[in-house]
Write a protein that binds this ligand. Structure first.
Ligand SMILES: NC(=O)c1ccc[n+]([C@@H]2O[C@H](COP(=O)([O-])OP(=O)(O)OC[C@H]3O[C@@H](n4cnc5c(N)ncnc54)[C@H](OP(=O)(O)O)[C@@H]3O)[C@@H](O)[C@H]2O)c1
Length: 286
């Protein structure tokens, strides 16, 4: 099994240390959160992240906008954070209510404050190998594999899905020249009808789709590593891409719950710490 909890704990312990160091130097790392509307699940997620930020030592100002807020209202909040030197990172809870455009709002945010790492400028930085906040879920997959000692360099990684959140940025990340990456990466999607042919030759198969149970044992080369990134929610029930029966074939596999997810959240705080260190003129630690 490749559980996410120990990876997240290790990352968060480093973040807490970094936060304490900054505070000792007189800087209060600050991660602002924004919630629009009154979706119960979104309110719950942002509450958890806000609480965790405070536990790690971040100042965590929170803005809640009514469901009736306009795009301009959201932009005004983000512009306010952009011009506040005390704020080092901003997290806008996704999704925003229908009628609002999350991607447009993200483009208003200063890319250096984008702790999700999803701003187009940060995607561009990733493509060019320039420093900047990394998209959290792809960074989580790399960290998960590294923490559990799964060799990636020189091996074939097949990613099922080319979405902007996971598949596409993960392909860029794992193809970078670095000891925890440096892989031969293949990306398959609906345009590759015979994607199982590619999946079966993978040393590491990453599901990044959002179609419950799409990855089945016959898609896994015996002994291969399987990482389940894609999920769909049916109410509160989490339906992963990877069918549980794959565990019988895989050499190592993320658990049904508690794999990539907890590490993704930890990456958010790592991005926030890096942003605060960078604003304070300190070099990156990791
Ligand atoms: N674990 C976490 O912490 C975490 C965090 C963020 C996101 N996620 C999950 O990651 C998944 C991917 O999100 P995303 O935004 O990157 O992707 P996305 O935009 O939802 O795109 C899904 C991708 O899957 C492909 N696909 C869909 N059905 C397929 C099929 N039957 N056969 C082959 N390929 C198929 C699509 O192909 P086409 O491009 O050809 O349409 C597309 O590339 C989602 O389930 C999301 O919930 C998980």
């Amino acid at each position: 099994m490749l559980p996410g909890a120990p990876v997240a704990q290790a990352v968060l312990a480093q973040v807490a240390e970094g936060v304490a160091e900054l505070r000792a130097a007189g800087v209060t790392p600050t991660l602002a959160t924004v919630l629009v509307g009154d979706d119960e699940a979104s309110a719950g997620y942002i509450r958890i992240k806000s609480r965790q930020a405070a536990e790690l030592g971040f100042a965590a100002p929170h803005v809640r906008l009514a469901a009736s807020a306009s795009q301009a209202d959201l932009h005004a909040v983000l512009a306010g954070f952009n011009s506040d030197p005390a704020v080092h990172g901003v997290l806008v809870q996704y999704p925003v209510p229908g009628g609002l455009d999350y991607d447009r709002a993200l483009q208003v945010l200063d890319p250096d404050l984008d702790v999700d790492g999803m701003h187009p400028v940060n995607m561009g930085r990733l493509a060019l190998g320039l420093p900047g906040p990394l998209p959290c879920t792809p960074a989580a997959v790399e960290a998960l594999l590294a923490h559990h000692g799964v060799p990636v360099a020189g091996r074939e990684v097949v990613i099922l899905g080319r979405g902007a959140t996971l598949g596409r940025p993960l392909a860029m990340l794992l193809a970078q020249k670095r000891s925890t990456a440096n892989a031969a990466v293949t990306v398959v999607h609906t345009g590759v009808v015979d994607w199982p042919r590619y999946a079966r030759r993978a040393d590491i198969l990453v599901a990044a789709v959002g179609v419950p149970g799409i990855v089945r044992p016959e898609h896994v080369r015996p002994g291969a590593v399987v990482v389940g990134g894609g999920v769909r929610y049916a109410g509160r029930r989490l339906l992963p891409d990877v069918d549980e029966s794959c565990a019988a074939v895989a050499g190592a596999i993320t658990p049904r719950v508690g794999g990539v997810g907890p590490v993704t959240v930890a990456m958010l705080f790592r991005n926030a710490l890096r942003a605060a260190r960078s604003a304070a003129g300190l070099a990156d630690q990791s």
